[in-house]
Design a protein around this ligand. Structure first.
Ligand code: NAP
Length: 484
């Protein structure tokens, strides 16, 4: 991989501001999903190095937490500037290891960097309260303190922003962190680590463990007594297990888990907006996002006209290697992703659905899939319960608002939901009725640093970004001053 700054391509774990590998020099390969070539081999660390990182973070916490918010903010701003200055290289690294088109990768670097900038600003606004006293001889003060060492695990679909969304509020609050990125996308994480060292973070504030043995690393992170907070983004299945592991030491837990987003097109929708929003929600990152429209409900009386235009837009999407110009859909992450789509498609077809666009692998390569549509879907199909995580629109027809809301809420997930209508009364009624942490009205892409991101029900616990994000990394301490 040719970069302007070749130093960004690191292959060791990052502990205490040093590049570290395991004693036995074990490595694992990072693969380019576009052509299945090995990009490079990475240090395969385990429990020993994770423990070493936790101890380094614990030692660093003593002085980092004592710095003023302004001092912490200043280092974070330097890091933000370095990430922004190296955007082209960071995007190239991301596209090469993850597959998403370069333009999307750049979008993610901007989004990821925005968390560093936002929380550098928020660091100086972690306010407490002076509370009116019930007794005249005492005063009541509530302050917020950094919780301590934070351990975090992140997925492959957003290799930069899922990391900065956790690191930034944590270090802004005065915590120190140990992060394990996904085994498929460790290079973006290590490039961020390299830039954090350049920015001047003290030893041990940010630590990155690369590993192919997630369970082994996860066990140390969730059970180590020096870790006070565990934050996870990934599947609901793994999140539940890690939450259970955290119970042994009663860690504060944040979970950003899977979704099963409904997207409803009402008969009074602006159809141009609805098509643009549905395409953006569904096909961004080749359909591999937790907030992707997973179930698309179209009202009966506009069904045919909407679908005719939607089909044209979907089949016009440009599939290919993410580094090529004008590509809109890159490869899927691995063969399991292709197999999952095939299984969901076959199940839907057996239960009466019809493929009306795509439906096969794409000629661009082994891991590419055609932008596809299946119509005639219903709640009996696996596609209505599981995340598709691929470029496939599953379409359902509905008659009334009540029916749409009931179907939309009929899932254990509650991350994101979308709908399109021009009627203000309907917009407010439906937004209030949807059991989701994030609701997009006439908009298919809703992630912003300034907004609280997170799910209800089995989609998670806690919020990331926004003024709420930092609350996950502080403890409220009540001080009672008596004897006045
Ligand atoms: P995953 O299998 O749960 O993996 C996520 C992370 O957990 C990876 O770093 C993985 O490591 C690690 N992991 C896997 N098994 C583990 C274990 N037993 N102990 C400790 N760590 C373990 O999820 P995924 O399939 O990669 O990611 C996609 C999922 O993430 C989807 O469900 C998606 O909806 C969700 N997601 C949610 C959000 C959100 O904000 N709510 C955002 C993005 C993605 P390895 O890479 O080594 O396997």
């Amino acid at each position: 991989m040719q970069l302007l700054n070749q130093q960004l391509l690191q292959t060791q774990s990052f502990i205490n501001n040093q590049w570290v590998g395991p004693a036995n020099r074990a490595t694992f390969d990072v693969i380019n999903p576009a052509d299945q070539r090995v990009i490079t081999s990475i240090a395969d660390c385990g429990a020993v190095e994770t423990e070493q990182a936790v101890k380094a973070a614990s030692a660093a916490f003593k002085s980092w937490s004592k710095k003023t918010a302004k001092e912490r903010s200043a280092v974070m701003k330097k890091w933000f500037n370095l990430v922004s200055d190296n955007m082209d290289d960071l995007a190239m690294i991301m596209t090469t290891e993850q597959g998403k088109p370069l333009a999307e990768a750049k979008g993610e670097i901007i989004y990821g960097a925005s968390f560093i900038e936002w929380f550098a600003e928020e660091a100086r606004r972690i306010y407490g309260d002076v509370i009116p006293t019930p007794l005249n001889d005492r005063r009541i003060i509530a302050t917020k303190q950094p919780i301590g060492v934070v351990a975090a695990i992140t997925p492959w679909n957003f290799p930069v922003s899922m990391i900065t969304r956790k690191i930034s509020p944590a270090i802004a609050a005065g915590c120190t962190v140990v992060i394990k990125p996904a085994a498929q996308t460790p290079l973006s994480a290590l490039a961020l680590a390299y830039l954090s060292k350049e920015a001047g973070f003290p030893d041990g504030v940010i630590n990155i463990i690369t590993s192919s043995r997630a369970a082994e690393v996860g066990k140390v992170m969730t059970e180590h007594p020096l870790v006070q907070k565990f934050s996870f983004t990934g599947s609901t299945k793994v999140g539940k297990m890690l939450m259970q592991q955290c119970a042994s030491t009663v860690k504060k837990v944040s979970l950003e888990l899977g979704g099963n987003a409904p997207l409803i097109v009402f008969d009074d929708a602006n159809i141009d907006l609805a098509i643009k929003g549905t395409l953006a929600s569904k096909y961004r990152n080749a359909g591999q996002t937790c907030v992707c429209a997973n179930r698309i409900y179209v009202q009966e009386n506009i069904y045919d006209s909407f679908m005719e235009r939607y089909k044209k837009a979907v089949t016009a999407l440009n599939v290919g290697e993410g580094t090529k110009p004008n590509v809109e859909i890159g490869p899927l992450i691995d063969e399991n992703a292709i197999e999952k789509i095939n299984r969901l498609m076959n199940d839907a077809l057996e239960r009466g659905a019809t493929i009306t666009a795509g439906g096969n692998k794409h000629e661009a390569g082994k891991l590419f899939y055609q932008p596809s549509i299946i119509e005639g879907c219903n709640s009996e199909m696996a596609v209505s319960r599981e995340e598709i995580f691929g470029p496939v629109s599953a379409i359902y027809k509905f008659r009334t608002d009540e029916e749409a809301i009931q179907m939309a809420n009929n899932t254990e997930y509650g991350l994101a939901a979308y709908f399109f209508t021009q009627n203000i009364g309907r917009a407010i009624r439906v937004a209030e009725a949807l059991d989701y942490g994030i609701v997009g009205v006439n908009e298919g892409v809703v992630s912003h640093t300034e907004a609280p991101f997170g799910g209800m029900k089995e989609s998670g616990i806690g919020r990331e970004g926004s003024k709420y994000g930092i609350e996950e990394y502080v403890e409220v301490k009540y001080v009672c001053i008596g004897g006045l």
